[in-house]
Design a protein around this ligand. Structure first.
Ligand SMILES: Cc1cc2nc3c(=O)[nH]c(=O)nc-3n(C[C@H](O)[C@H](O)[C@H](O)COP(=O)(O)OP(=O)(O)OC[C@H]3O[C@@H](n4cnc5c(N)ncnc54)[C@H](O)[C@@H]3O)c2cc1C
Length: 325
């Protein structure tokens, strides 16, 4: 059952920020994650501040320098279908099309997708876990088949978003409206690792709102992709996923990023795998080497060792596919 809360539909960004200044107020975009959290009593909320009327936060446009601007309220389905995104940043379109179900992609927004709360069943269930202010991560000694194999520290969630790894691979920047003005944060500094604070997912303060996400112009020869493996063919979160954004000169990789989803508490950039391909041609041996490097630091929990070979196979296959090898 939903708890009692006040509801405000803000008519301007300023009004939204002002309403959010109250303790216990929460931003609501599409509500597809927030309302589930409230129903499951994951956190307290005294006021829901809807930003859904703020049409200036919607839409996808090419920027003058050849990059892309995506308003935070843009439905995920629009990001998936956008010809602008597909033209230069195909990996993001592929990631968006892998999110949840058609209904959720229509309701959920890109801003909400990168800010969503973890899907750990202890966090979402009746457990006062570390992320909720308790002292224990129940996954560590419990049912941890869907938990992390990289970057685990005190809290062993995996980051649930499909679009965030693709955005990170494509070097996105998050634009934030703050009461003192606006600020930008590179996506690789936007998500908070449990080492720094196990109770926060992002660097956002309570009254800050993500207004847009920008992608830089693609470097020459950029190819990008996203693929995830899930337990079933219908909607599901990633057991393992990989976002690639690699710039090629001929058949040689000159720069790029490799980011894993379903692996770590935050979208996980694998510099080890990147180093294994940058400056080289991707053939069967390079792809295998990079896949092994991606899992070099992986540590399985009791029930998720299957993820290590799964990631190796996925990274190897995706590298060969992007290279056309
Ligand atoms: C059944 C189900 C399956 C799903 N499967 C997947 C999946 O496979 N892959 C995947 O990536 N996701 C999946 N999701 C998550 C889904 O994509 C998110 O619920 C959705 O993207 C959230 O968008 P929203 O606009 O509805 O956010 P909301 O629910 O409105 O908000 C989510 C969170 O972000 C905050 N927030 C939202 N917008 C802003 C903003 N502009 N500024 C600051 N804070 C903000 C809210 O306060 C809240 O904490 C699934 C969800 C469900 C319910």
């Amino acid at each position: 059952m939903l708890p009692q809360f006040n509801y405000v539909r803000a008519q301007s960004l300023e009004e939204a920020q002002q309403q959010l200044s109250t303790d216990g107020a929460r931003v609501c975009a599409g509500g597809s994650d927030l309302l589930g959290c409230l129903r499951d009593d994951v956190f307290d909320c005294s006021k829901v501040v809807s930003i859904s009327s703020l049409n200036q936060l919607r839409g996808i446009a090419r920027t003058r320098d050849g990059g892309i601007r995506i308003g935070s309220l843009t439905p995920i389905a629009e990001v998936a279908a956008s010809a602008t995104v597909q033209e230069t940043h195909a990996g993001l379109s592929q990631a968006a099309s892998e999110v949840a179900s058609p209904q959720l992609r229509n309701q959920g927004t890109i801003g909400g997708n990168i800010c969503q709360k973890p899907r750990c069943w202890y966090y979402r269930g009746e457990f006062h876990c570390l992320r909720k202010g308790g002292t224990t991560c129940y996954a560590l000694a419990g049912e941890n088949q869907y938990h992390c194999i990289l970057g685990g520290y005190r809290c062993y969630i995996v980051h649930p978003s499909d679009t965030a790894p693709a955005l990170l691979a494509l070097n996105a920047t998050v634009h934030i409206a703050a009461p003192s003005g606006s600020r930008t944060v590179p996506l690789d500094e936007f998500h908070v690792h449990p080492r720094d604070d196990p109770q926060r997912e992002t660097v956002l303060q309570g009254n800050e709102i993500v207004t847009e996400i920008t992608l830089p112009a693609p470097p020459p020869g950029l190819r990008s992709s996203y693929r995830k493996v899930r337990a079933r063919g219908s909607w599901d979160f990633a057991l393992a996923g990989v976002a690639l954004a690699l710039a090629f000169n001929g058949d040689q990789v000159v720069s790029g990023r490799i980011v894993l989803s379903g692996a770590a508490p935050v979208p996980w950039r694998s510099r080890e795998a990147e180093n294994a391909v940058i400056g080289r041609r991707i053939d069967a041996a390079t792809a295998r080497e990079a896949a092994a490097a991606a899992m070099e630091d992986a540590t399985a929990l009791k029930r998720n060792a299957y993820k290590i070979p799964l990631f190796k196979g996925l990274v190897e296959q995706q590298l060969l596919a992007i290279a056309g090898a």
